[in-house]
Ligand binder design. Structure first.
Ligand code: NDP
Ligand code: GDR
Length: 372
């Protein structure tokens, strides 16, 4: 019989890639989606065909990580072999605005699922994956960060995820459940939410390239991150649940870049050479040269990047760099997609979208560019 997986956060970046992977592997996939006033399933619409017909192996259930009875009922009905808890209020900056909600969803949400497994006596049959994060390291205590590096979260998001990390460990140790944490460093893709820094950069520069926006406003350009590709990282989420014993793993590339370098690489993909002028809040990215056809609306001397302090955070995570040696040794994992390849894919995808909008604009249609 096909294995059955339940994914929270299936409408998000990772949930969509993980659903594809599990369907390819022959799983029956169930996902929890939130009720919204408009459709919110665009990342998985290609998997979900006709709700009236026999729908292959893919099922969606309405639910919310704040709703205990709903979660328990879904777990009871689905009887999953594997639960992937990817659902979260996942934006670090937003967590400063909504700390209590973030704690409820990201912290207690994990507890609700683990309790459902315990209450329904699924502990022997069902394996649990918790989407933990490099944000646990926050103010870093060791470089690079590995499984034994002490945690020091720097945001309500990080603190909520710290609870989820430890309650997962606690249920494993208390009840012998197969429950584990993937401590994933930042991972990106063309499906990344538009307000995370990488997608904000690739989308913003693509819009500038075709004249839909004049300038990209950024926060801390000096922040350093270890960026991988979401497709590589969801493969690890699955692999972690296929081991003999549950264990927590760091998943990272082991290579670090600054936000400024990411901007430069994305600009390069568009044929734009940038130089930086000023520093701190006054810093600007000025166009030095433009080559090729990809950026018809950009000219030498244009200021296309500027710092706006509204994007600074009350407490910042300045630097993250992971050591994935244990995952490589135990699971044979090697990330396949480099940062350069990923930036090219993201810029390509956002440029195609920007060109579609520009075409509509050029034919007299009103085009609204949504920004944060
Ligand atoms: P996204 O923000 O793209 O997706 C989050 C998902 O959670 C969406 O499906 C969202 O639904 C859902 N969600 C939000 N609130 C609730 C709620 N109250 N109840 C149920 N579902 C909810 O995140 P990613 O795919 O990037 O990340 C997946 C997980 O991995 C998250 O837990 C994140 O914190 C964690 N993580 C991510 C990393 C990364 O770099 N991407 C790194 C380390 C950890 P909707 O679509 O309706 O908003
Ligand atoms: P992060 O990702 O906070 O690491 O959390 P994000 O892309 O939001 O920020 C990365 C770094 O870039 C700096 N930055 C900006 N960030 C945003 N969003 N917008 C800006 O304009 C901007 N300018 C500079 C930030 O200050 C930060 O230092 C992500 C999320 O996916 C979490 O859910 C996940 O747990 C962690 O990655 C690992």
């Amino acid at each position: 019989m096909a294995k059955r997986a339940l994914i929270t956060g299936i409408t998000g970046q990772d949930g969509s890639y993980l659903a594809e992977l599990l369907l390819e592997k022959g799983y029956e996939v169930h996902g929890i989606k939130r009720r919204a006033s408009s459709f919110n399933t665009d990342r998985i619409d290609h998997l979900y065909h006709d709700p009236h017909a026999a729908n292959g192996n893919f099922y969606l259930h309405y639910g919310d990580l704040t709703d205990t009875s709903n979660l328990t009922r879904i777990v009871a009905e689905v009887q999953p072999d594997e639960i992937y808890n990817l659902g979260a209020q996942s934006h670090v900056a937003v967590s400063f605005e909504m700390p209590e909600y973030t704690a409820d969803v990201d912290g207690l949400g994990a507890l609700r699922l683990l309790e459902a497994m315990r209450f329904l006596k699924l502990g022997d049959k069902c394996r649990y994956y918790q989407a933990s994060t490099s944000e646990l390291y926050g103010l870093v205590q060791e470089v690079p960060q590995k499984e034994t590096t002490p945690f020091y979260p720097r945001s309500p998001y990080g603190v909520a995820k710290l609870y989820a990390y430890w309650i997962t460990v606690n249920y494993r140790e208390s009840y012998g459940m197969y429950a584990c944490n993937g401590i994933l460093f930042n991972h990106e893709s063309p499906r990344r939410g538009e307000t995370f820094v990488t997608r904000k950069i690739t989308r913003g520069l693509a819009n500038i390239a075709v004249g839909l926006e004049p300038c990209l406003f950024m926060g801390n350009l000096d922040a350093l991150r270890d960026w991988g590709h979401a497709k590589d990282y969801v493969r690890m989420q699955w692999m972690m649940l296929q081991q003999d014993k549950p264990k927590d793993y760091v998943i990272a590339t082991g290579v670090q870049y600054s936000v400024r370098q990411f901007v430069e690489q994305a600009a390069k993909e568009l044929g734009i050479t940038l130089a930086w002028e000023g520093d701190g809040v006054g810093e600007k990215g000025v166009v030095q040269a433009v080559e090729g056809e990809k950026a018809p609306a950009v000219n030498v001397g244009d200021v296309i990047v500027a710092v706006d302090p509204r994007y600074f955070r009350p407490a910042e995570v300045e630097t993250l760099l992971g050591n994935p040696d244990m995952a490589k040794a135990d699971l044979g994992w090697i990330p396949g997609i480099t940062l350069t390849e990923m930036v090219a894919e993201m810029v390509g995808s956002d440029l195609r979208e920007a060109q579609r909008h520009a075409l509509l604009r050029d034919h007299g249609h009103r085009v609204a560019v949504v920004r944060e």
